[in-house]
Design a protein around this ligand. Sequence first.
Ligand code: NDP
Ligand code: 8X3
Length: 254
Amino acid sequence: LLDPKSFVVFITGATSGFGAAAARRYVEAGGKVIATGRRTDRLKALQAELGAENCHIIELDVQDRTAIDAAIAALPAPFDKINIVLANAGLALGLQPAAEADVTDWETMIATNITGLVYTVRALLPGMIARGGGHVVTLGSVAGDYPYPGGSVYGATKAFVKQFALNIRSDVQGKNIRVTNIEPGLTETEFSLVRFKGDESRAAKPYENTKPMNAEDIAETIIWSTLLPHHVNVNRLQVMATTQAFGNFDIYRG
Ligand code: NDP
Ligand code: 8X3
């Protein structure tokens, strides 16, 4: 396995859920992280917990391409030697049928999950190639493979992320860059609270009377995929809670 002490990990969406858990897990393993997100109070608390020598923080909205480029250009040593990008920031908004969905919700999901993610990867890839290698880890979802009612644009953004990751692999052939799309299923984070816009009782429903995965479970799969030797590339990693499986096709009988 690789030595995680050599890892410098740029994380989007490090204020909560998978991103925050991954920041803790990488620092625990001896790595350094650049933790980014919009909520500065959360970033400051994370830095206080992990130590400024291990955790550099940047307030960043992934929809702002100029800010991403400026933040990367201004990184101090040793945080400027990024060799892992965890393109994790993302969200689902709403669960209405397509004909009733709020179009601004769709726009926000596309602007974050697709546009923000490609900005992030595009900004960091050339530096990693110039430094001799690295690893791009993207956050897809089971929703990128399996359709479900109300998942129209969210699932489609995650299908985009999967194909983007696979296509990048083709482009970086021979450059010592690995690309992995992590595809989790039901995991209890702030994801559901965001999807249902702060409605705590609706947000709790998907996790009621069952055992979902938690952010630490996914952080473990993320770090595992990056610890494997350089000659091993996990293309896609689909992970579900043991309590989650597949349903029947929905046949309409009029
Ligand atoms: P959380 O809501 O707990 O975390 C989402 C993170 O994304 C937050 O840190 C948030 O930070 C950040 N974020 C959202 N919008 C922006 C933005 N415009 N700019 C920068 N950061 C942003 O959810 P999860 O940890 O569960 O989700 C992380 C990723 O995993 C997402 O891409 C999600 O789609 C995916 N996923 C989640 C699953 C689940 O069941 N939980 C399953 C499969 C995939 P801030 O608001 O501070 O900017
Ligand atoms: C998050 C999992 O099933 O809520 O991507 O879409 S799901």
